[in-house]
Design a protein around this ligand. Sequence first.
Ligand SMILES: [Ca+2]
Length: 206
Amino acid sequence: MMKTVVLFVLISSAVSEPQVDQNGAQHTPCCDVSVAMAVGALNEKVANLMGKMTQMENELTELKSITQGAPKVAFSAALYASGSGNTGPFNTNTPLKYKKVFSNIGSNYNPATGLFTAMVKGVYFFRFSMHNTHSPNSVVSLVKNDVRIVSVWDADKSDGNDIGSNAAVLHLEVGDTVYVQLHENRMVYDSGLNYNTFTGFLLFTE
Ligand SMILES: [Ca+2]
């Protein structure tokens, strides 16, 4: 609407006002070839200006979607808030509770339960790592709604102190949960160096 008004005003001012030459003589714009050419040039400039305004509007819309429209969800945590030692073995599959929270933007991760709960529908990235030192073996899985997605396994035999990691990109609906599960009768070790971590963030909404 604004662009239409600007175009109308510019063209109207060019064609309706009498033109006075250097000798003081007035010319009727509609009959003056030079004025017609000027109007044509003006129309071209206005068309270019409108094109640039449209481009700027599109860029502004894109910028708003990046800086204002998208929710911000990201977290990262390690297993122990302090100290070191083993977690497990337990006689049931158990969510690992990562207590040392490095970041929790959006508060979708709960360190009391170890569960990430999606508040917005979207595509998310998750990564976890685990450290094995002694028997029994270490086996952990990334779990979505109680379904194992990807896992890491390591045995304490000829070699110890191994670290493994895995990751996945997941579609999540509102209310879906994601956590890292320590398999039954398995164990992991950690210290203040934070070998066991759980990280996730929203890539984009859907
Ligand atoms: Ca090993």
